[in-house]
Design a protein around this ligand. Structure first.
Ligand SMILES: C=CC1=C(C)c2cc3[nH]c(cc4nc(cc5[nH]c(cc1n2)c(C)c5CCC(=O)O)C(CCC(=O)O)=C4C)c(C)c3C=C
Ligand SMILES: [Fe+2]
Ligand SMILES: [Fe+2]
Length: 338
């Protein structure tokens, strides 16, 4: 059987680190109502304000991590697609981005032309958030409706606690954890607190106490990004045999002035240095491929900040990228997506 395809979807990147390309990309990204969840006129106003300064700053950051082949996120996602194809014999493996080029529409059309009948959609995010998973799923459904393609769609559920993902994370990180280090910081992408409250099916659990995410009942856990990040972190630390106190969790990439989920990575870097941590390892398990948020925010700015606060070295552990253990795990996850 070769008519069951995989469609891997990642976030996307600007076409180049030029200011105009970065502005166009940020505009599409931030105008997504799943990312900035305000009514259109307010969203337009806020995004236009953000776009006054942000494209220049982000363009500078993108330029500092850009590869000869282009955006690291896209280049690494392409390599991942190729690696997964070696483990997926049921049909073709396609790659698309939610924003910018490599559109979902073009990928679905290619699959239909190849005679594919079933597609398993894999949003490349281990933890659930409306701003990542829901927007990918909804956009794919919208394209299918609009194009009239009759492809049967299944969706890979967030895999934050699946052994396939956690084992692959352990296998890819293991060589880096063999070096001498004082502390491991697991820095996840942040999320506005408002998004957490909105996704909470109970309407009252999330953010009700400092520890609510540790006691989330199953239906809340299924929708709570923060609780899922903590589960991933605990599952990873257990696999690596890390003692409590030798690792911690934080959330990075805050945008704007609203409250985002705590603790902030920026604050943790200072706090760890002040506590006497000299050699700090940082992993970013919410990202399956390295990108601006890992390479620039942590690997460059985070390192400078940590050293200025008295730390000696910040070592960034690479994301899963195209590690064979991850490519094989992803194919396996897609065989039992629900
Ligand atoms: C891993 C999961 C992600 C969540 C959750 C997420 C939420 C989220 N992000 C922004 C704003 C920005 N994110 C940016 C980059 C970016 N974000 C993710 C992933 C998640 N975002 C990735 C993989 C990347 C990297 C893209 C790349 O090209 O390398 C950016 C752009 C970069 C910048 O200007 O700093 C913004 C802006 C919000 C507002 C949000 C939740 C509401
Ligand atoms: Fe983001
Ligand atoms: Fe929660």
């Amino acid at each position: 059987m070769t008519d069951h395809a995989l469609l891997l979807v990642n976030l996307g990147s600007p076409d180049s680190p030029e200011v105009a390309d970065v502005r166009r990309y940020l505009d599409q990204f931030l105008m997504d109502p799943y990312v900035i969840d305000l009514p259109w006129p307010l969203r337009r106003l806020l995004v236009s304000l953000i776009l006054r300064k942000r494209p220049e700053q982000s363009a500078h950051a993108y330029a500092s991590i850009w590869w000869p082949e282009g955006s690291p996120l896209i280049a690494l996602s392409r390599r991942l697609r190729e690696a997964v194809q070696a483990y997926w014999h049921e049909g073709p493996v396609e790659l698309a981005m939610r924003y910018g080029n490599l559109s979902i529409e073009a990928a679905l059309n290619r699959l239909a032309e190849k005679g594919v009948r079933r597609v398993t959609l894999a949003p490349l995010y281990p933890q659930f958030a409306d701003s990542t998973v829901t927007t990918v799923v909804e956009e794919t459904r919208r394209v299918l409706r609009a194009s009239g393609l009759t492809l049967e769609l299944r969706v890979l559920e967030p895999f934050f606690a699946r052994p396939e993902y956690l084992d692959a994370l352990a296998r890819s990180a293991e060589p880096h954890l063999q070096q001498k280090f004082d502390h491991l910081l697991l820095s996840f992408h942040g999320l506005p607190e408002r998004h957490l409250r909105k996704a909470d099916p109970s309407g009252r659990h999330c953010l009700s106490s400092v520890d609510c995410c540790r006691e989330a009942p199953a239906e809340v856990l299924a929708r709570c990004y923060r609780a899922q990040c903590l589960r991933s972190a605990e599952g990873f630390a257990r696999r690596m045999g890390l003692d409590e106190g030798r690792w911690s969790v934080s959330f990075q990439s805050r945008l704007g002035r609203a409250r985002w989920i705590l603790p902030y990575t920026e604050k943790q870097l200072d706090a760890l240095a002040a506590r006497g941590v000299k050699r700090l390892l940082v992993m970013c398990p919410a990202f399956v491929t390295d990108c601006i948020e890992t390479l620039e925010e942590i690997g460059q700015r985070g390192r400078e900040q940590f050293q200025a606060a008295g730390g000696e070295e910040l070592i960034l552990v690479p994301c899963l990228n195209d590690h064979p253990a991850w490519a094989s795990a992803l194919a396996q996850l897609c065989r039992t997506p629900g």
